[in-house]
Design a protein around this ligand. Sequence first.
Ligand SMILES: [Zn+2]
Length: 421
Amino acid sequence: MLMRKPGVALLLLAASPLCAQSRWFQPSLLEKPEVRKALQSVDGRAADIIEEWIRLVEIPAPSGKEQTRAKYIRAEMEKLGLSEIRTDDISNVSGVRKGTGGGPTVVFAAHMDTVFPEGTGLNVKREGDILRAPGVGDDTSNLMATLEMFRALNRGGVKTKGDLIFLASVQEELGLLGAKHWLETSGYKPDMFVAIDVSSTEVWYGALRIDQFKFFYTSPGAHTMESRGAPSPAKAVAKAINALYEIPLPPVAEGLDTFKLPVLNVGMLGGGTVVNAVPREAWFTVDLRSLDSATQDSLESAVVSTARRIAEQEGVGFRMEKKMGIDYSKALPQKERLNHQLVQTALATSNYFRKTGTPEIVARDVGSTDANIAVSMAIPAVAIGATIERMPHRLEENADAGSIVPGIKSLIALAVALTSH
Ligand SMILES: [Zn+2]
């Protein structure tokens, strides 16, 4: 019931204007017999793919506890006959589909972890074409699509010049930690990096500036009976959070649909051990995000100085941890990133296979995916998606089941285009 009617592909072809700027993708590429066979092989498998997608969603994979999914993906990589299959010390799984030689090495990365803690109900509910479950979109849909893309290349007998690396990463939601670890320690020096981690209606070529802080306030503590006038870390936390939300933010950046940037958010707070004493320690976290380094730097100094000032005012001890902060000083300039053939080709293939009647996809200078790490290392990078999905990181998360077939085809087209020239 989720199969696309014959003829839809032709309609798509007619309805999708090609981005003239991609030299690596032309529709004729899809007419090569092996590529055509790979593409066609996906159609007959739609029902099985959706079933496997649902099974994958139902394997719990909170960040840091991806081992069961990692085993599953590793076993599938072995069936695919990939070379150099590895599970690293934090459970990133990677394998290489060897090219014939002389082409670029391209990573296709999807993350295995989800933001949902252990014990979250993961049963997928199916309502018509909509699949509902925590993690059904981010990033299980794309993990499934990437796996199937590699299978389809094999079924078609597609040979590429360059190597294609399948990376199933971990701890993406903790701050892109898995991809960072893999890019820094695996020994691979990829020429391009594709993160499959957004909706298929988006193409991102930037890297959002993200910094996360944990601020601690401390005191010697005191029984409630002795607490009158004593310095209180709890009170300092309350005052600091209040003061942080008073920091004036620059106007919301234009061109973003649901994201309102720049932004700061206090996501966690805690402290104290008993009800009848001044806590010895209380703390809170700040997640700070902007589109550019200048804005981020000025907000960061405002946040840190505000947190410190409140500690002084309240007479409590102060310390902070910076949880994450990627150094983007090596990132390529915006124009160079946008005009890179990787981004232009991703735009062309995503538009070619986009759902009829949906608006043309434009590339946006944002990103909060594994591709950010590549951007920071000056590796040409892009984030794309293989399904239409909504409400990531919420229990109401959902995705369109039928969108995965054209999504996989668009991944096939991209993989072939990037590694065949
Ligand atoms: Zn994600």
